[in-house]
Each structure stands twice: as structure tokens, then as C-alpha cells.
Design a protein around this ligand. Sequence first.
Ligand code: A2P
Length: 334
Amino acid sequence: MNSRPHVAVVGATGAVGIEMIKTLEKRNFPVGKLTLLASARSVGKKLKFRGEEITVQELTKTSFGGIEIALFSAGGSISKEYAPAAVQAGCVVVDNSSAFRMDDSVPLVVPEINAADVKWHKGIIANPNCTTAITLMALYPLHQAFFCKRIFASSYQAVSGTGAKAILELERQVNQIVKGQPVTREVYPHQIAFNVLPHVDSFLPSGYTKEEMKMENEGRKIMHHPSFRASVTCVRVPVYRAHSVAVSAEFEKPVTVEAAREVLRKAPGLQVVDEPARNQYPLPLYQAEQYDCAVGRLRKDCAMDNGLCFWVSGDQLLKGAALNAVQIAEELLK
Ligand code: A2P
């Protein structure tokens, strides 16, 4: 790989795409050239990178000539349709969608956990589900120390995880309510303003949603832990940015709060914010735009042996998407 690669962002105008461009700039990724791709609707739009305006081009199967790394975040169907063309053109694809995550020939990577898996890619590397990535940032170090058998978890997921349209929907509904106007909805099946929806992604015959099962399936693959079990309820909340997850984890080895805190303090990409007496615990409002995730509310789980409860919060557009993708690209250059 060229040390100053030609990089493309596919879905450059989306909530994650914009963050990918910002993250490449902020982390000084050695971009030789940047190509921005989106739908025909965005052609001609200009986005700033390192003080320069770059014109968005239409994504086509012939977009990838000369491009070495393509960061995809335009949804699963676009990834399925265009990632093979990018690979064919010699490009390494870092894909933020769920299209290839569970494909045995595709590594699924959180660099703090399984960076070495990047090495066996065959053209596509998958970026994990945002809620899974944020949860594992705290769970994996604990698993390494105490061996995690299973978790029970509930998520509190921000609207920006659904994309730019959902941010506008929350804003519009809040305005409508404040002005006493009828509430209109386009993105979610119910009003999201001043409400919570126990519904993220589509339902499976089991009654869980696809999003809920990603924690177990992707967690097993990322942690190399095939017997890991996770029972999760995913909830959309009227928060603009940063997901939070309440986790009860059961471990094989005995665990104390002090030992867990010691482990978490040393974990990369994670801050321990845990002083309840001073009202200090992770909050999505303060995790927005932060690279690190934050963990707190550590306590012994009173309903199981060797159990620990914690609350982890992180910017799902960054660690759950754009930052993780750029970190994978950084691994490719090593
Ligand atoms: P566009 O802005 O031109 O529609 P979000 O997740 O915030 O909704 O963003 C989705 C991203 O995926 C946007 O950049 C969007 O571009 C892009 N996208 C959606 N459909 C297509 C398509 N058919 N071809 C290329 N890019 C697409």
C-alpha cells in the first residue's frame, strides 16, 4: 500500500460520511488524494477537507480506478452492489454497513480488540455495529481479565444512528410540539420526540430485532469468543448523538468492582467516569464528538454470581463508525 493512499468516502454526504472526512483530517491520516462519492442527488455539492473544497461525484461501478482505500457508509444495499467493483479495481474497502460483517472471509475489526484480523482481509474489512463496538470497548478488557460468559443489556441509541434524516425528524417534532402543531413523522413508526422506542432495526421471528442480535453474533467474532451469549433490548431515545448501554455481565472468574475498575483504567480508548457521589457518570451529551468511550456506574450485580453492572457511553458516529473505520485504515498502513 502506498504510504499516501488515494482514499474515497462512499456516502460522503451522510451523517457518518461527514465524520469520516473530519476524522481523516483530524487524525492526520496521510491522504494522498480524497474522492467523495454519493448519490446523483449530491453531485456538485462541495465539502471541505484540509481547507480545500472537494466536489462530490456520483457513485458508479467505474468510480474506483486509482483509489486504494474506500470507506463505505451508504447502507448495506449500496455496499453489496458497489464494494465488489471497488475490490475488483484493486481497492481495499472498509465497510460500515452490516452487509459483510458475518461473512467468514471478511474480518470484522475493532482495532483495540482484534487489530491483527486486518491482516487476513481479501479486499473487504467490516466495521462493526455501533452499539456492539461501544459495548465491547468496556466489555472486552473485562472479558480478558475475568472471562465473560454472557451479558444482559439495554441500549439507549441516538437518532443520528439512523442517519441525517432522523436528526431532522427529532428537531422538527420538538419544534412542532413546542408550537402546538400536529406532529408529523417520516423516519420512525412513532413520534421520537419526548418518547422512547423499543425498536431499532427490523424484527426477527424470535422477537428480537436484528440490531439486538448483532451484539452476540458480532461480539463472538470480534472477541474470538464463540460461546459468548447476549440478551439485548435496543431502544431509540430522543438524543441527537452518542449511544449508551446498560450492561449486566456474568463472568467465569470472581470479579470485584475494584479489580474491574483497575482493568478498565488501563483499557485503550476508554475513560472511567465513575464518581456517583459527585453525580459523575458517562452521559451521551458529553460523549458526543469524543473519540474515547466512557464507562461508569460500576457495581456488583446483585442478581447473579460473579456479575458486574456497568454503563458505557460513546459517540456512535465516531467509535461506532467513522473513527473505527479510519483506525482500520491506519492499521492497513502499518
Ligand atoms: P446522498 O446524500 O446523495 O443521498 P445517511 O446515513 O446520513 O442517510 O447517509 C447516507 C449516505 O449514503 C449519503 O451520503 C447518501 O448520499 C448515500 N447514498 C444513499 N443512496 C445512495 C446511492 N444510491 N448511491 C450513492 N450514495 C448513496
